[in-house]
Design a binder for this molecule. Sequence first.
Ligand SMILES: [Zn+2]
Length: 291
Amino acid sequence: MIVANIADRREASNLANHLPKLSQNLIHLKRIRNSQGVLQILICPPCDDPDDPLKNVKENLLEAVGNSKDNYKGLDFNTLRTAKIPSKPPLTRLQFNTLNAYWPCNFHPDKNIEDLLTQDCGISVEEKREVISNFKYLFSIREMYDNRPSCLIYDPADGAKEIVSVSPGAFKEKHPLQHAAMAAIDGVARLQSGFVCQWPNMPSDEILASSSSKRPRTEHSDYLCTGLDAYLTNEPCVMCAMALLHSRAKRVFFALKSPKCGALESIVKLHCTPSINHRYLVFHIENFDVQ
Ligand SMILES: [Zn+2]
């Protein structure tokens, strides 16, 4: 960015008001900083000429502020120069402290992000026990069904903490859509008397029948999995990952990578795609020990 010193600090706010506004992607930056008693102000991006980044900056600036001296009073044009600035807003306290050495930023702490960066990813000891318990149950189901990829959907909310749907799915030879997550989400729809796909010989019926939850979740939301966690023995494919996204799952846990088709780590990180309209947190539980 191009910066300049403010020769008369009494004009600082006047300058900030009259200079052209910074573009939307730079609004995380403070416009003025105090560097060892000297006020400095961000002016504009440098021009495209790498050999002369200050080319026409003064002329363009005067034109932009309307050539009225009152609008740039106090600005020291002789100090126009380039300066490194943080191009992205800080997301953590550590980033904030680091970036401030270049140029002061606005910062809004996000406890969720800070928690996720801790050693335990913001998961309490009690929650860890739930995760392990759910995976043990899921892997026991998987074992009953020839180690086919399986999925369960769990309500982690206080007062619930129950398995909502289980699917030992991945009977793709019976139906091309019969993947574990697809069938498990369909199980949630059954509880809400919603649309049920007619999976041929769906083997999870008996498991669903013995599932602890019969609670309709219609009071929660219009989306099937709002607030729910999905546990998968295997990393889901793109179709299943999108189905979990469309149903608004809260978190997705998986144990085994799917190197050829996995959509959360192996071939793509679908949950990190900028254009998606819902994000769930993804946890890869490596080296899960069924015992
Ligand atoms: Zn799938």
